[in-house]
Every structure is written in structure tokens, then in C-alpha cells.
Design a protein around this ligand. Structure first.
Ligand code: HEM
Length: 161
């Protein structure tokens, strides 16, 4: 019978160095920028695979105080054997990103810089850093806008559930 949804395929060897990211992560973050009021949010990130050399990514956030939905995004992570990685992300705001960077399996770190930001009114560039330490996934998002150089917008700490 043909393989289909619901199967639990073996991990593609290309994803082995990034297996530390797989799973569901939940936690809290803090956002800010010189032009806005800082804010706190809750977040869930899922990373999974279907047996292909690509990892699927989905994220959703909510207001820490009320639980009201905030930003969400999803995409695909494509690691290459030379330690480089390419990521595409579609944001709920309509913005589309292509990011390129590197991963380090020993440090459990993925570092990304936008090579393309599409359909954005203000955003010029995005930098993302993901690090796993023990059971914690920590990340930061930096952005540059038409008026401000690359600087922090988000940072969060999530735990594997
Ligand atoms: C504001 C971009 C992720 C919540 C902004 C602004 C930009 C932006 C351009 C306006 C800044 C200004 O006016 O100077 C982005 C990008 C993201 C991202 C590129 C991802 C790479 C998020 C996430 C959340 C969030 C995950 C919520 C958890 C907010 C809030 C504001 C804001 C609350 C201020 C109010 C508003 O303008 O809506 N963001 N954002 N952002 N962002 Fe983000």
C-alpha cells in the first residue's frame, strides 16, 4: 500500500544534525522596538518532518495577559550537508521571508539572516538565532526597518512539551 498521512516515516539523514529541534515547544517571549511599547506574549512552536530532507515549522503566539491570538507564521527549513541552511517563512501579517544561514549540531544553534523580505511595508531585514540548551529553546529576532537599523524585536524561551 502507498505511504500516506498518519505514517511515522524514518528521519531523513539530512535532518539528523537538526533533530534536536523536532517536537513541540511552548513558552513566553518579550517584544519591543524603539518605535513601539514593549509587550509579553505566549508562544508555541512545532517542528516536524515527513521523511523528506526538509523540516516543517509552525508558530503561533498570544497575548500573555488575555490569551488573545497575536502573530503566527509557518514555513520550511532546508539544511544542507555543508552546514548551511535555507528557511522560508510566511507570516500572518502577509510578510514573506527567505532566510539563509548556518547550523551547528554540537552547539545546537541555527543562525539566519534574511536574503529576501517580500510584501513588507517597513521591514528591510530580519535576523533570527535559535539555540537549544537542555530542554529549552531560546530564540531572538532582530529586524531592520525603513527608519531603524537591525536591532532586537523579539526574544523568547520555550520548553519542549
Ligand atoms: C510591531 C515586524 C514578529 C508583535 C512591529 C512592526 C514591525 C514588525 C515592522 C512595526 C514597527 C514600527 O512601527 O516601527 C515583525 C516581524 C516579525 C514580527 C518582521 C517576525 C520576524 C512579531 C511577533 C509578535 C509581534 C511574533 C507577537 C508575539 C508586534 C507588536 C507590535 C509589533 C505587538 C507593536 C504594535 C503593532 O504595530 O502592531 N512588528 N514582527 N511581532 N509587532 Fe512585530
Amino acid at each position: 500500500m502507498a505511504a500516506g498521512a498518519g505514517d511515522n516515516p524514518p528521519l531523513h539523514p539530512a535532518l539528523e544534525p537538526l533533530a534536536f529541534l523536532l517536537g513541540t515547544w511552548r513558552g513566553e517571549g518579550e517584544g519591543g522596538y524603539p518605535t513601539i511599547q514593549s509587550f509579553k506574549y505566549g508562544e508555541e512552536i512545532k517542528l516536524w518532518h515527513s521523511g523528506k530532507p526538509v523540516m516543517a515549522y509552525a508558530q503561533k503566539t498570544w497575548k500573555a495577559a488575555s490569551g488573545e491570538p497575536m502573530h503566527a507564521e509557518s514555513g520550511y527549513w532546508r539544511p544542507k550537508p555543508d552546514g548551511s541552511i535555507e528557511v522560508v517563512i510566511a507570516q500572518s501579517t502577509g510578510l514573506a521571508e527567505v532566510l539563509k544561514g548556518t547550523f551547528d549540531a554540537e552547539q545546537k544553534r541555527v543562525q539566519l539572516q534574511s536574503s529576501l523580505v517580500g510584501n513588507a511595508s517597513k521591514v528591510q531585514a530580519i535576523g533570527r538565532l535559535f539555540e537549544v540548551e537542555g530542554k529549552e529553546l531560546k530564540y531572538t529576532v532582530d529586524m531592520a526597518t525603513l527608519t531603524h537599523e537591525l536591532q532586537p524585536h523579539l526574544r523568547a524561551v520555550l520548553t519542549k512539551i
